[in-house]
Each structure stands twice: as structure tokens, then as C-alpha cells.
Ligand binder design. Structure first.
Ligand code: GDP
Ligand code: MG
Length: 430
């Protein structure tokens, strides 16, 4: 990809103005470069904040993290200045003038991975943590950063390694005259591994829901209170509400935290016949939103026939007016029933926010665990085939496939294009 031995620099805080802004320098020359940027003459004590000035514009607090006890594992210096883009850019430019290179997106975290500070799952968790919208998403990412999934995978892989080693011994020393691993014992050992990978996969759907979030479209006839419900769920007056039918013409979307899930809520123009060209376009967009949404809330305000499938949840609005009883009764204007609706939504998604948080959330990890699971299934079948008559090599090949999948999850086996794919998702400075 790019050099991993030079010294890189970037603004680590988000673009724009803020109370403070941080410039991070990492690499073999981080310390000498940083020292040339500031007026402070004495040594920079490791992990101590030193208040000084830059030769350019601002006062700064400089902190030196010597290798290997730093984010990247290399020598790192962080300079905290006032959060002014002009000041921060000036610091970065001086560092570049002293032979640092502007970092690529995710390059600090890539170095942390390449230097063995974190594995690939943890690097991906950093990106997930930064992108988190709900506390549940942040917690799931943080668990992975702390190594919960790393340990779960490592435990399975260690047992797998042990089995492979014993099988290889029995293949390499056939003259010993006996099986190191009896077929039945072998099948039982593989079964145990299968149970453990299944347990990880059991969490996968919920995990993906947490990490990726979902979209919910609000549909219904004009004036039933779709926009009012949208605003009530968003907790702000985002969509225009009037008693004039056909007020909402375009899709209005907002991301909300619904019982810990990241939900993209879509208010639609609703579904009705119209000759108005703008409204007709709105109706066609509503249909599209309905088709792609994970869940559709069909808002009604009186008894009307509805086609309902499992993707649809009937919401009877204007319960304050005391009309008929259908589906979940709410009043978007008084807020009555909104808690019930939130619960009905997560239960329609078969999601229980009170249960333990999912261990595995990332599609890449899920796909690889599934691949390992398939390989283990083949291994067990090979072990039991013909009453254990099949040579160990067959079982061994399948077990090796499973190991390869686990190694790709942790990044011990990590082709360049995979790394590029993962790390370009990061922002510059991370
Ligand atoms: N009484 C009562 N009126 C409501 C309720 N929800 C919406 N409305 C009113 O119904 C009208 C249409 O609401 P709006 O949200 O624009 O409906 P939309 O066309 O489906 O988006 C407005 O006058 C709202 O104030 C409710 O729960 N109770
Ligand atoms: Mg509306």
C-alpha cells in the first residue's frame, strides 16, 4: 500500500473548529520533528504533558509516547492546540517541512495493526466505535476493541490448532502403528468446535442489526398523521405537519436511536391517487422507500382495509379521538402509546434490547465464521465416513480450511487489498 517505516502526521480531531485540536505524529522521527516545532528546549518526558509554544502561531501541550507504548506502537508525539483549522494546518505543514508525510486515512490504526498492538477485529472496532450512533452500537464496538471477539476466536482456534497438531503427528509417524486420534474422539472434538462456532453465529443476525442499523418507512393515506408520528419518534419538529392533505411531498429521513438500534426513519408522502405531478413523484418515492425498508409502519386513523405482511406493522393513530381499535394504538400529538410502539417495533424485528449484547456484529467476521463452520462440518463428516476408514489427510485439509478462515478474521492472514478495503473506511488522523 504505502510506506510503513517513515514518519506520518495528521490532524487527529474532526474538521472544523473546537475547544482543542490535536495533531498526531508517528514514526521513527516523531520526537526530533516535534522538538523542532516547539520552543521548549528541554527533553520531553515520556507521557507527560509539556506546555509550550510552536514556532508558528499557537500555544500547545506536547505529549511524547515512546515506542512501543503508544497508539501505533511507534514513537508518537501529540500536540494539542486550540481547535482552529488554521493553527492545526500550520502545525501539520511545519511537520511536513521537517520531512514528515501527511498520513493516509486510517494509517495510524493500520500501523497499530501492523505492529501487533491490535488485531484486525480490533482495528475494525475502532472504526465502528467512531461511527456509532447509539450507545448500544458503541458498547458492542468497544467490547470488540477490548478483545471479547478476539478471545472467543482465539479460544476456538487454539483448540483447532491442538487437534491439527495431533492429526499431523499421526500422519507424519504412521509407523508408530496406532492412531494418535481415534475417529470417534476426533469427531467429538470437531463437534465441540462446531458447537462453539454455532454459538457465535447464533448472535449474527442481532449483531448485524446492531452494527448496520435498519430503515423504517412510515406510510399511509394523507392526513393520518405520518409526519406527526415521524416528528414524535425523532423528538423534534423535522417534518411539516398540517391539516392540508398532501403536505409531505418528498421523503424526509432522520437517524434515531430506537431501543439501542440505529434506525433511519423515513417519512413518506403516503400512498394515494393524485394528478399533481410533484405529488405523484412523492408517491412513487414512497413506494420505493416501502420496498427497500426493513420494516413499514402503516398508519391508519380509522378502519380501512390494509394488505399486511410480516414487514408491516399497523399503527392506529389519533387514539385521543377514540376511534376503532387496530394494531398499536398511539396518539402522535399527545405521545400516548409511543413506548408501546417502540417495543412493538423491536419485537417485530425479533430484537430484545435487554438481552446480552451481541459478540459478533461485522458482516466480514460473520461470513468467515460461517466459512469455518462449513469446513468443520466437512471435517466431522470426513472423520466419520466409512467408520473412520478415510485417511487423516482428508480431515486435516478441512480443518486447515477452518483455520485459514479464523486467521483472516484476526488478520494474521491479511492480503493487501483486504487491508486497503478496511483502512480506507477510516478518516484521516485515525
Ligand atoms: N387529534 C389528533 N390529531 C392528529 C394526531 N396526529 C396527527 N394529527 C393531525 O392530523 C393532521 C395531519 O397530520 P400529518 O402528520 O401532517 O399527517 P400526514 O399527512 O399523514 O403526514 C394534522 O392536523 C395533525 O395535527 C393525533 O394523534 N391526534
Ligand atoms: Mg406528512
Amino acid at each position: 500500500m504505502f510506506s510503513t517505516t517513515d514518519t506520518i502526521v495528521a490532524i487527529a480531531t474532526p474538521p472544523g473548529r473546537g475547544g482543542i485540536g490535536v495533531v498526531r505524529i508517528s514514526g521513527p522521527d516523531a520526537l526530533p520533528i516535534a522538538r523542532r516545532l516547539v520552543t521548549h528546549q528541554g527533553a520531553l518526558r515520556p507521557r507527560h504533558a509539556t506546555f509550550t509554544r510552536t514556532h508558528a502561531i499557537d500555544q500547545v501541550v506536547v505529549t511524547y509516547f515512546p515506542s512501543p507504548h503508544s497508539y501505533t506502537g511507534e514513537d508518537v508525539v501529540e500536540l494539542s492546540a486550540h481547535g482552529s483549522p488554521v493553527v492545526l494546518r500550520a502545525i501539520v505543514e511545519s511537520a511536513i517541512a521537517h520531512a514528515a508525510r501527511l498520513a493516509e486515512p486510517g494509517e495510524f490504526t493500520l500501523r497499530a495493526f501492523l505492529n501487533g498492538r491490535i488485531d484486525l477485529m480490533q482495528a475494525e472496532a475502532v472504526a465502528d466505535l467512531i461511527d456509532a450512533v447509539t450507545p448500544l452500537q458503541a458498547r458492542a464496538a468497544f467490547d470488540q476493541l477490548e478483545g471479547t471477539l478476539t478471545r472467543a476466536i482465539a479460544d476456538i482456534d487454539a483448540a483447532l490448532f491442538d487437534l491439527v497438531a495431533r492429526l499431523e503427528a499421526s500422519v507424519d509417524f504412521p509407523d508408530e502403528g496406532y492412531h494418535f486420534v481415534e475417529p470417534a474422539t476426533l469427531a467429538r472434538a470437531v463437534d465441540d468446535l462446531l458447537t462453539r462456532t454455532s454459538a457465535l453465529l447464533a448472535d449474527a443476525r442481532r449483531g448485524r442489526l446492531v452494527r448496520e442499523g435498519l430503515s423504517i418507512a412510515i406510510v399511509g393515506r394523507p392526513n393520518v398523521g405520518k409526519s406527526s408520528l415521524f416528528n414524535a419518534l425523532v423528538g423534534a419538529s423535522r417534518a411539516i405537519v398540517t391539516e392540508v392533505p398532501g403536505t409531505t411531498r418528498d421523503l424526509v429521513t432522520e437517524v434515531v436511536d430506537l431501543e439501542g438500534l440505529r434506525v433511519t426513519l423515513i417519512d413518506t408522502a403516503g400512498l394515494h391517487e393524485t394528478t399533481d405531478r410533484v405529488e405523484a413523484e412523492g408517491v412513487s418515492r414512497s413506494k420505493h422507500a416501502m420496498a427497500v425498508a426493513d420494516l413499514v409502519l402503516v398508519v391508519v386513523d380509522e378502519d380501512e382495509p390494509q394488505d399486511v405482511d410480516s414487514k408491516h406493522l399497523i399503527v392506529q393513530n389519533k387514539s385521543d379521538l377514540g376511534r376503532v381499535d387496530r394494531g398499536v394504538r398511539i396518539s402522535a400529538t399527545t405521545g400516548a402509546g409511543l413506548e408501546d410502539l417502540r417495543r412493538a417495533i423491536v419485537s417485530a424485528l425479533d430484537f430484545d434490547p435487554s438481552r446480552d449484547r451481541p459478540e459478533i456484529t461485522n458482516t466480514r467476521h460473520i461470513a468467515l465464521v460461517a466459512r469455518a463452520h462449513d469446513a468443520l462440518t466437512r471435517a466431522r463428516n470426513a472423520a466419520l465416513a466409512d467408520g473412520g476408514a478415510l485417511p487423516e489427510e482428508f480431515v486435516l485439509a478441512d480443518l486447515q480450511d477452518a483455520r485459514t478462515a479464523f486467521e483472516e478474521i484476526s488478520g494474521r492472514r491479511s492480503p493487501d487489498d483486504l487491508l486497503a478495503h478496511i483502512f480506507t473506511r477510516f478518516c484521516i488522523g485515525k
